[in-house]
Write a protein that binds this ligand. Structure first.
Ligand code: DQA
Length: 151
């Protein structure tokens, strides 16, 4: 089933995710961020959803984008990278908006170093998907799409 009204989901990627493909492929997989973007966009298009897919290494830019998405989108898929484990500013930005946020990680952060087990954003997010590699982005789109259908 496709969504009838035009709908945009913002997919936000934080620091070092521009290096995917060459960055620790055993942990993060072989796909580049651009390949993940295509995968995500193709899937969303089939559901009638537009994607605004972005990456930035700077915390404040991610905060700006979350604020922008809060008024203009049906949801946010957020891989905040290492800011997941450090950023109260990103947490506060999520808490300030009504649009649902799905936290995504390529790797299973709970099977890794202890400092990755705590996320500042999980409890202000609608849900968390981690450990499924790039498929997690597609699952997050499906999660937001199903939330739109039950509205
Ligand atoms: C990550 C996990 C984080 O701990 C790490 O800092 C990243 C990527 C992931 O997608 O698995 O940069 O968010």
């Amino acid at each position: 089933m496709t969504i009838s009204t035009p709908t945009t989901i913002m997919v936000l990627n934080g620091p070092n995710l521009n290096l995917l493909g060459s960055r620790e492929p055993d942990t993060y997989g072989a796909l580049t961020l651009s390949e993940i973007e295509h995968m995500t966009t193709d899937h969303a298009t089939r559901l009638g959803i537009d994607i605004s897919f972005r990456q930035n290494n700077h915390e404040g830019t991610l905060v700006d984008w979350i604020q922008e998405a809060g008024d203009n989108t049906a949801g946010i898929v957020l891989n905040a990278g290492a800011y997941t484990h450090t950023s109260i500013a990103i947490r506060d930005a999520i808490a300030a908006i009504k649009t649902p946020v799905i936290e995504v990680h390529l790797s299973n952060i709970f099977a890794r170093e202890g400092f990755r087990h705590h996320s500042y954003i999980s409890d202000v997010s609608a849900g968390v998907i981690c450990g499924f590699g790039a498929t997690g982005y597609v699952l997050a789109i499906d999660a937001i799409a199903s939330m739109l259908r039950v509205k």
